[in-house]
Design a protein around this ligand. Sequence first.
Ligand SMILES: [Zn+2]
Length: 437
Amino acid sequence: MRFLIIIFFITTLFGCNTSSLSKAYQSYTTAKQNYIQSILNNNKKQKISSLKNIVECGKFLGFNISKYKKELIKLDHTKKKKYNIHSYKKVIQPIKNPLKLESKYIKVISFYPLKIKLNSKMRVKYLTLIKNNKHYKIFDIYNAKVNKKVIKKISQNIYLIIAQNNKNKVRVVLYNKNRFKIKYSTQNKYLKVNFFDKPISKYRKPAPIKRIPFRQKIIVIDPGHGGKDTGGIGLYGIREKNIVLPIGLDLKNILEKRGYKVYMTRDKDYFVTLPNRTKFANRHHANLFISIHCNIIRGDSKVHGPTTYFLSPARTARAKRVAKYENRAIGNLHTTNQKIVLNFLNKDRIIQSDKMAMDIQRNVVYNLRKYYRNVGDRGIRPAPFWVLVGTQMPAILIETGFLTNKKEALRLNNSLYRKRLAKGIANGINSYFMKNR
Ligand SMILES: [Zn+2]
């Protein structure tokens, strides 16, 4: 949690990372994700800060951001006070004898003490601030660029961040939870900062970089509906909520045996709102969110077979029909907000969800066809499901079959069939993480 707060503060402190186009694009998509979250959380502060980053990054990237600017102005007009800046100290005079063809980029020569190479056009401003019980020493270097963002512990207690703050300004931040002293100079085109803290011991082994094996991935399983929300009611009065729960529990068992960490949005027959399902997944930092459902189609009892949906703004008539049905429980999100959220979907996440959907669909059908005849395959489809929109990780929704098809309704009502189906899903998840670690 503390880590999250720091990250949040860093991103608000630095705004958009404009050190390169791809970094800026990354900041832009992160800001959009935060914006979606802010709408779902109804959090004004988060909304404003994410809009600011969208506007700044958008400007840098040359995107049309007038809409967001307008909304930002509307939201932000009351709020003026920003940081509790203690002191704005002297502006250092320009260094004489400017040379042509100097690099616009600063260069870090050393970290302990901190030594940064400047060029003759760069100007340095120094300020200090205390925020959330942390002490910050900030150097704003104007007319400067930085190649790569730096976040680093440079002594036993002091952290350093160097990042592009806006198009022409690099921000160098030293911070510590205790009060600390520094001495700095900007002579001979160097920014030198001496700080009074012990160096990190040279003899300590660096911590090995941990690669999380795919088996330790975190999966959130979301059996649809529950409690007062029965979901679809099919032939023989079979209720969707009662089919998807055991599939979810079977899937959990299989995944846990394979070493995954699994959480369930519900493990009994109770109602959970859609926003709470996605919040749950975000809170557990899941690597995959998988929502399990059954399909219903009135007037065509022949239609059968599983379909895997991945989040996308695509609105084909068929996807819309299913989405409309599954989206009912959202309730508290206005249509205008729904539109905003859909336009903000993160491309990268869509691609990952698409891949995941493909692996799962393929494995489910393959596994079922080993045991059963005439297993349908309705493939993968994009759809604007709300339960998928709010999540920050690849998210898919599987419609395991049609409760309005006699054969499939009976199969889904059978525990062995459900176990085999769950195994197919688990194999799909494995297959995805083997390829995309
Ligand atoms: Zn459903």
